[in-house]
Ligand binder design. Structure first.
Ligand SMILES: Nc1nc2c(ncn2[C@@H]2O[C@H](COP(=O)(O)OP(=O)(O)OP(=O)(O)O)[C@@H](O)[C@H]2O)c(=O)[nH]1
Ligand SMILES: [Mg+2]
Length: 342
């Protein structure tokens, strides 16, 4: 849990050190934890792995026809055309090199290649914590993807870890956005800084950072609007917010987190591209992986952007935000029984 900041928040990491440590859950915790993840990913698993299984059932050889059908499954599972092409090319190389004949071996290769994409996106992307002062996370994404909910869940995680958290309601555009954050704040027991609807988001944030300074907040999470009058406005607004923050608290935001809704599939790719061009995204959260068959999008995103997925949302409850762990994710998709089995 809280893999990427646990150490620093526990106060035992040297300043400016990358944070990598994981607090390992107990065996029974990890068992039920993993089962829940598996359960929530069941639609994606059906769309990808169960279909691959039925394709391979009873087949003794790997031939072009089999590969064609595999291609179709991968495309349908939202891995994206370019990713699928590359995946198949690499698969063909492996078949040739290792002289693979057995479709089951092909499944293992597929799993390995997919995991490779997910791990690759994580490399060199460790979060460097500030030597002192609060850790500031700016959360963005188009409307309805789950920003505010993710912030609530994230704040809950930090609270569970005993951290002093401040939420900032910088979505001043949408009616009820401020109250929604306040409701989360109350539910979790964390403070929320807000002004009236229509206030300038940058000045809300400015005041919030001012407020936080003498009060020893350890984590500040900022909610932003998903929609303004135009998309250009939104991007310009976000750029401005970043500038204001960097000036007031050098180094912040320490994390610019884009939230993407997994159910929108390939659409998420173009959102990531646009936001990344405007404000340079440092981490992703993928929401609504429960109840969607489009989980393959995770692979596509990792291959396209090399921006680490920090968290995945697998439900609407407070506990339904998970650290994204490539090995665990692939296991939950491909695995038969529990964490240990392939
Ligand atoms: N099933 C499921 N629903 C989710 C998840 N994350 C968010 N939601 C739901 O998605 C809806 C929109 O979530 P919000 O957090 O309000 O989204 P937002 O990005 O803040 O939206 P705007 O403020 O309008 O831009 C809510 O009904 C959430 O409960 C998730 O991981 N799984
Ligand atoms: Mg919101």
């Amino acid at each position: 849990m809280l893999r990427w900041f646990k150490k620093k928040l526990a106060g035992d990491t040297p300043a400016e050190a990358p944070v990598t440590a994981v607090a390992a859950p107990t065996e029974s915790e990890s068992g039920s934890f993993f089962q829940r993840l598996r359960e929530r990913l069941s639609k994606s698993r059906e769309a990808l792995v169960s279909r691959v299984d039925s394709l391979f059932l009873g087949r003794k050889v790997i031939d072009e026809e089999l590969l064609d059908e595999l291609e179709e499954i991968l495309i349908t599972a939202d891995l994206g055309a370019a990713t699928v092409q590359e995946l198949l090319e690499r698969t063909r190389e492996r078949i040739k090199r290792d002289q693979l004949r057995d479709p089951q071996a092909l499944k293992a290769v597929l799993k390995q290649l997919i995991q490779g994409y997910l791990i690759q996106a994580e490399q060199g992307a460790e979060l460097v914590m500030p030597a002192s002062g609060p850790f500031v996370i700016m959360v963005l994404g188009v409307n309805g993807v789950g920003k505010t909910t993710t912030i609530g869940k994230l704040a809950y995680k930090f609270r569970q870890a005993g951290r002093k958290v401040l939420l900032v309601a910088a979505d001043t555009f949408r009616a009820a956005a401020i109250e929604q954050l306040q409701v989360w704040g109350e539910r979790i027991g964390v403070e929320v800084v807000a002004q009236q609807q229509g206030a300038d988001p940058s000045s809300v944030i400015y005041d919030a950072l001012d407020y936080a300074r003498p009060r020893d907040f350890e984590v500040i999470i900022i909610d932003t609007a998903g929609r303004l009058h135009t998309k250009v406005n939104l991007m310009e607004e976000l750029k401005k917010i970043k500038r204001v923050m960097a000036k007031q608290l050098p180094g912040s935001p320490h994390e610019t987190m884009l939230v993407l809704d997994a159910t929108t599939g390939q659409n998420g790719i173009s959102q990531a591209r646009q936001f990344n061009e405007a404000v340079e995204i440092t981490g992703l959260t993928l929401t609504k992986l429960d109840g969607t068959a489009k989980g393959g999008i995770v692979v596509n995103i990792c291959r396209e952007f090399r921006i680490p997925i920090r968290f995945i949302g697998i439900g609407e409850q407070m506990e339904d935000l998970r650290d994204f762990d490539p090995a665990q994710f692939v296991e939950a998709l491909f695995g038969k029984n529990n964490g240990g089995e392939a």
